[in-house]
Design a protein around this ligand. Structure first.
Ligand code: NDP
Length: 248
């Protein structure tokens, strides 16, 4: 039996891209999914598709920048399925621009979604894992959490933060013997809707060019499934997954 079978998995940002691909991959391997994002119609369509293929999924419209909504999401998962085995902190935005553009609202949004969203999910969901002494937190950082480049300063800052949160959480849970695994996933260019969050036209054109070599989101879904599939005493802590021909 797959080590994914019957695991209850919460995915934030499940309405497109990597989150959607991961939902389909894990559903095909028998996971019970709790799908979260802001676009209800996308979540409903994904739920229908998963169910039509024999999988299990529920969804809740959730904005990860709201602590209250994250708490409600955790409560729903516990009410419906009685436990949460895996949290996939995937929701993210990438409105890139040079600092000289002073897009302060976009800086705030990136910090709220990419950093505070991850922390609110940890606050809402990890306590129930600690009680059971079992769980797995998977955070989507990025190659931008390892390398810094002009125009990506704030986005890189948020993804460096995600990497720091992953490693800090890992160390603290290991120290406390909670058996909670932590995996930090750092994709390179992946085809998704992420580039649509960049509003600066010149920056968007540059990203479109860079993403000519992007890989499909299901490649990242396979890597996430691999991390979950490992025996409970094995933590895959860090994965960097680039297109083979991506340089930076
Ligand atoms: P998409 O834009 O396709 O997906 C992003 C998801 O995040 C959507 O489902 C969106 O749903 C959700 N989201 C955005 N804001 C919020 C919010 N406030 N509350 C809840 N959900 C929200 O991009 P990807 O699939 O590519 O991105 C997934 C993750 O992977 C991100 O963290 C991204 O930074 C990371 N990543 C992506 C790479 C790539 O090349 N694509 C490379 C490296 C990392 P909705 O709008 O319905 O709320």
């Amino acid at each position: 039996m797959s080590n994914i079978q019957d695991k209850v998995v919460i995915i934030t940002g499940a309405s497109s891209g990597i989150g959607e691909a991961t939902a389909k991959e894990l559903a095909s391997k028998g996971a019970k999914l709790v799908l979260a994002a802001r676009r209800e119609e996308r979540l409903a369509k994904l739920q229908d598709e998963i169910k039509a293929n024999g999988g299990q999924a529920i969804f809740k419209v959730t904005d990860v920048t709201s602590r209250e909504q994250m708490d409600e999401l955790a409560a729903l998962a516990l009410k419906e399925f009685g436990k949460i085995d895996v949290l996939i902190n995937n929701a993210g935005i990438m409105p890139q621009a040079f600092l000289t553009e002073n897009k302060v609202e976009e800086w705030d949004m990136m910090i709220d979604v990419n950093i505070k969203g991850v922390l609110y999910a940890i606050a809402a969901i990890v306590p129930s894992m600690r009680k059971r002494k079992f769980g797995h937190v998977i955070n989507l950082s990025s190659v931008a959490g390892h390398n810094i480049y002009p125009g990506g300063t704030v986005y890189c800052g948020t993804k460096f933060a995600v990497k720091a949160i992953s490693e800090g959480l890992r160390q603290e849970e290991a120290m406390n013997g909670t058996n909670i695994r932590v995996t930090n996933i750092s994709p390179g260019a992946v085809t998704s809707e992420l580039l649509e969050t960049t509003t600066d036209p010149a920056m968007k054109a540059g990203l479109d060019e860079f993403y000519q070599v992007a890989i499909d989101a299901d490649r990242i879904a396979h890597a996430i499934a691999f991390a979950i599939e490992q025996p409970a005493d094995v933590g895959i802590n860090e994965m960097i997954i680039r297109p083979t021909v991506q340089v930076g």
